[in-house]
Design a protein around this ligand. Structure first.
Ligand SMILES: Nc1ncnc2c1ncn2[C@@H]1O[C@H](COP(=O)(O)OP(=O)(O)O)[C@@H](O)[C@H]1O
Ligand SMILES: [Mg+2]
Length: 289
């Protein structure tokens, strides 16, 4: 029997958002029997699969504990469950900053706590979240609204991140650099998300404007440092990360700085990057199955 590879999605988007449409044929070309499952469907075949890859499990943020229990129950999950646990709480940003990486200045505010409110525009967002949901931008004058948003997230049980708004996002967007099997594969840019873009019909993510990009030497080398820092904090070789996405903006001084390091269920921009990127991911699956 051909080895079985399952891509995990969620009930609202049981075959993802279309980005993996070229991955399934790439896996088939390498002789895999590849298909989708819904992660919380009790009848799914995750336990028997030769590899389960998280792809579009974007409904976990309100029930992360349940999601992590499921991840831990899957014998051959990639990325590994401990990586998913670490990465699904943006508190990891503070660890990467502690490891010497330049990270967007981040305050982590547990329920009951209050931040030191930034002087200029800032962002308030849940520490567990995806698809830009719950992320809001405030101007320094809109403190009452910001306090209200903080309280609403706290009431929902979330810890909260408060960050200065990175205005480079408005001009250049963020640059997402994708690594497959620990090696750089491709990059794309994503336009600013907090300007009132519409939420997708699934309700799970704010619609995005993506474009293929050449990140240039400075951002590329920063992404390598970010990969090394994450591997070192996780205590594993970076080649153990089947996929990773490093989201970078340029800070006020123009230097690359980390906005997000995605190891759980990032969109990999495969469709934008094309068949060769899908082939690289399929080959990386082949290297571990
Ligand atoms: N500090 C920030 N400055 C500018 N834009 C931000 C900031 N934090 C978040 N955003 C915007 O909100 C979006 C979602 O935030 P992000 O931290 O990437 O969380 P997630 O993608 O997991 O929902 C980003 O893509 C970016 O456009
Ligand atoms: Mg993001």
């Amino acid at each position: 029997m051909p080895p079985r590879v399952l891509l995990a999605a969620c009930e609202a988007l049981p075959r993802g958002d279309g980005d993996e449409d070229i991955l399934l044929p790439a896996l088939s070309r390498l002789g895999f029997d590849a298909d989708w499952i819904v992660w919380d469907d009790p009848g799914n075949a995750a336990a028997e699969a030769d590899l389960v890859m998280l792809r579009a499990t974007w409904d976990y943020s309100a029930r992360r504990a349940e999601f992590l229990r499921w991840c831990e129950s899957v014998p051959r999950l990639r990325n590994f469950a401990n990586v998913v646990r670490w990465n699904t709480d943006k508190a990891y940003l503070l660890e990467l900053a502690g490891a010497g990486l330049s990270v967007v200045p981040t305050q982590l505010v547990a329920p009951g706590g209050q931040p030191e409110w930034p002087e200029d525009d800032f962002v308030v967002k849940p520490s567990v979240g995806a698809g830009s949901r719950g992320a809001k931008r405030f101007s320094a004058g809109a403190m009452a609204d910001a306090r209200e948003h903080l309280a609403a997230l706290h009431d929902g049980g979330y810890s909260v991140l408060v960050q200065p708004y990175q205005s480079d996002v408005d001009t250049h967007g963020e640059t997402a650099m994708v690594f497959i099997g620990g090696r750089y594969s491709h990059a794309f840019t994503k336009g600013a998300m907090l300007g009132g873009s519409a939420v997708d019909a699934s309700g799970l993510f704010v619609s995005e404007r993506l474009e293929v990009a050449d990140p240039g030497a400075a951002l590329r080398s920063f992404a390598e440092d970010a990969m090394d820092a994450a591997a070192s904090v996780l205590g594993m070789p970076r080649t153990d990360l089947l996929y990773a996405r490093v989201d970078v903006v340029r800070g006020a001084d123009g230097a690359p700085t980390l906005l997000e390091f995605e190891l759980a269920e990032p969109s990999l921009g495969l469709k934008l990057a094309g068949e060769r990127a899908a082939d690289r991911l399929a080959a990386a699956v082949g290297a571990v199955v």
